[in-house]
Design a protein around this ligand. Structure first.
Ligand SMILES: [Zn+2]
Ligand SMILES: [Zn+2]
Length: 199
């Protein structure tokens, strides 16, 4: 069964939808420092993180996400020297997606906080578990973990399907020919990193 879960930035400029197929994606909560710092960098920390500094995310196949409006307002940032690319709406700085630096490795994570609040619970179900609980705020040991082995196994199955099916060239956030991001990535400067609460 396939359903659509709509998303929008706070001001409604960037809108779109993610297609949900039962069993295909993974709803998780990430407590890593970079996810926490992203919300600080974008100015939304108090509102978007849970009591343990968690960010709810939905990992799925790269071509399941469609952008309907506001494509030219998409912006992206590297929080570290690594390859993770974090996408947000430049208009109101709401985080929207995570990918890697290019579309060659097909991967997308949708920020559940941007998705329709009444539909996301029934469509995504409860999180499969929590990631990076050792970086959580407070006592992360109380959080049910998702095993990295399980997560990576499911991640690679989606990557292979996206490459074999050609979906890698149908991803909304990357140029179909070059597989480069459709917005120019910014990498945090040393000064910007110094302003983050967790390092
Ligand atoms: Zn906006
Ligand atoms: Zn994270």
């Amino acid at each position: 069964m396939t359903s659509e879960l709509s998303f929008a930035c706070d001001c409604g400029t960037v809108t779109g939808a993610v297609r949900i197929r039962s069993g295909e994606g993974d709803h998780v909560v990430c407590h890593c420092t970079d996810c926490q710092n992203l919300t600080h960098y974008l100015g939304h920390a108090g509102r978007l993180l849970d009591a343990h500094g968690g960010t709810p995310l939905y990992q799925t196949r790269c071509a399941r996400v469609r952008i309907d409006t506001g494509r030219d307002r998409l912006a992206c940032v590297h929080m570290t020297d690594g390859s993770t690319l974090r996408w947000y709406a430049a208009c109101c700085r709401l985080p929207l997606f995570n990918t890697v630096a290019t579309g060659k490795l097909p991967f997308i994570t949708v920020q559940v906080g941007a998705c329709d609040p009444t539909a996301r619970g029934p469509l995504l179900g409860p999180p499969r578990g929590h990631l990076f609980t050792h970086e959580a705020i407070g006592d992360g040991s109380v959080l049910p973990k998702m095993s990295m082995v399980t997560l990576m196994r499911r991640f690679f199955v989606r990557v292979i399907k996206d490459i074999v099916s050609g979906d890698r060239r149908r991803a909304a956030l990357f140029d179909p020919t070059t597989l480069e991001p459709v917005a120019k990535p910014h990498r945090l400067t040393d000064e910007e990193k110094l302003r983050l609460p967790r390092r």
